[in-house]
Unconditional design. Structure first.
Length: 373
């Protein structure tokens, strides 16, 4: 223990320079881990989005003149794919105080793409029909209130039981979803939807072609409202990438700039380090210590300070994590992170040593001792 204490005291012999160097390293570590966290979150969100897209998709645009209910029986005799009312449909969520984008399941014939943290999607159980049920994303679930051991939320002026929480452990792609079923919807909510007159339906499948299913949906809508205008188109696009649309790339650029600033800070600290050690270096060179040995000692000191900064960073992270701070979730720890940190330490050490190596090689102990005197 005493050996370790002496070693640390030796490293911090020049306190001001060492402290500023450690602070610079801490800022660098937070920038690196923050950038990785942002990138990994954006990457996982994009993966969740792509996994949610069906292989076969037909977008159906329908406009009604008479405000007819074309939804309740829209999926009748449709045996292929899932039929969904989506588009720009939004319903009022009283507890949140805002209108929120909502998806309504009209027909379910195969596995749904939603990732669940708890519960299930309404309409997927035989006992669901006639009940007012809804599944909420993690963000919307926070507005639900508890009563009699169940959670409830008011949508479209009607109270619904929350039967499922939609979400992913690795991204927030699903957090803002509200998913309902036509079989588990109240009359007032349905009236609100019907009043829109213009709708977008999505017929999707990962298993079958959808041409016949589309014909069935078209016939159902026209039989319910002969004056409706209905058109469909096959969708091949994967949609806009959330990696491009989020601020992830801009945030990474900011973190890279911070990292470069920290490198420059280390270079400035190395210059002050040499200035402070002029007398020590002069004495060592006078007694015949080689340039290589002096350089290796400085490298050892720099690496030691970086390791100390890393340990402090890990300690701060653990404290924040134990305290339940959200900032901890922004940091990413994985194999990629370890490799990036190793590379960052190597780069930092190499760049920081540029000025000391130059000064040590050019160092004249006689002139330095005279200048000090």
């Amino acid at each position: 223990m005493s050996v370790a204490i002496r070693y640390v005291k030796g490293i911090f012999r020049y306190k001001l320079t060492a402290v500023f160097f450690v602070i610079g390293q801490l800022v660098m570590f937070f920038a690196i881990f923050g950038a990785l966290g942002i990138y990994n979150k954006a990457y996982e969100k994009e993966n969740d989005r792509l996994e949610a897209i069906y292989k076969e998709r037909i977008e159906i645009n329908a406009t009604t003149v008479n405000q007819s209910d074309i939804f309740t029986d829209a999926g009748c005799n449709v045996s292929d794919g899932n039929l969904l009312l989506a588009g720009k449909l939004s319903l009022d969520v009283a507890e949140a105080g805002v209108n929120t984008r909502t998806e309504v399941l009209l027909a379910i014939n195969e596995e749904l793409p939603y990732k669940m943290l708890d519960g299930y999607i309404p309409g997927t159980k035989n006992t669901d029909k006639g009940k007012k049920l809804v599944a909420l994303g993690r963000d919307k679930y926070q507005y639900a209130y508890e009563e009699n051991g169940k959670h409830w939320i008011t949508i479209g002026g009607e109270v619904y039981e929350v039967c499922g929480i939609i979400g992913s452990e690795v991204s927030d792609y699903w957090d803002y979803k509200i998913v309902m079923s036509i079989e588990c919807m109240g009359k007032e909510t349905l009236k609100t939807i019907i009043s829109n007159r213009s709708y977008t339906l999505e017929l999707s499948s990962n298993e079958n072609a959808l041409q016949e299913a589309y014909k069935s949906v078209y016939s159902n809508i026209m039989s319910l409202d002969p004056t409706a205008v209905v058109s469909g188109k096959i969708v091949n696009s994967m949609g806009a990438s959330t990696m491009e649309s989020t601020l992830a790339r801009e945030n990474i650029r900011v973190n890279v700039i911070v990292y470069i600033f920290c490198i420059l800070n280390c270079m400035v600290m190395s210059k002050f380090w040499i200035i402070q050690r002029r007398k020590e270096l002069a004495i060592r060179k006078t007694f015949g210590m080689s340039n290589f040995r002096i350089i290796m000692e400085i490298v050892q000191n720099i690496v030691s300070l970086i390791v100390i900064a890393l340990l402090i960073f890990v300690g701060i992270y653990v404290v924040i994590r134990l305290a339940g701070g959200q900032f901890a979730t922004m940091l990413s720890f994985n194999i990629t992170m370890c490799l990036v940190v190793v590379v960052a330490i190597i780069i930092t050490t190499a760049v920081t040593m540029i000025y000391p190596i130059y000064r040590i090689i050019q160092f004249n102990p006689v002139e330095s001792m005279s200048a000090i005197d």
